[in-house]
Design a protein. Structure first.
Length: 88
């Protein structure tokens, strides 16, 4: 697969990212570059069942990124601490 995916962040994702410490933010950005290459396979990726949004989950240390892949776009919904990411 030669084409990379386009990242589409939500407002919630951007707010969550602003709250992160600088060292975590840089780690998230490097993981997003890997996610752009292939959002469907990787050792820290997991598919979630019984959810309406954020069917993909990327583990970044103690934080979890929820996203959906639609065509060639990756919709980034939120990124939060692991205990809070699955709560409504």
């Amino acid at each position: 697969m030669a084409n990379s995916y386009k990242l589409v962040p939500s407002k919630t994702f951007l707010k969550d990212l602003e709250k992160m410490p600088a060292n975590v933010r840089s780690r998230i950005k490097s993981n997003l570059l890997d996610l752009k290459k292939d959002p469907r396979s990787g050792k820290d990726l997991k598919k979630l069942a019984n959810v309406r949004i954020g069917r993909g989950r990327l583990r970044i240390g103690d934080y979890r990124l929820r996203y959906d892949v639609i065509g060639q776009e990756i919709h980034l919904h939120l990124i939060r601490y692991r205990k809070d990411v699955y709560r409504k």
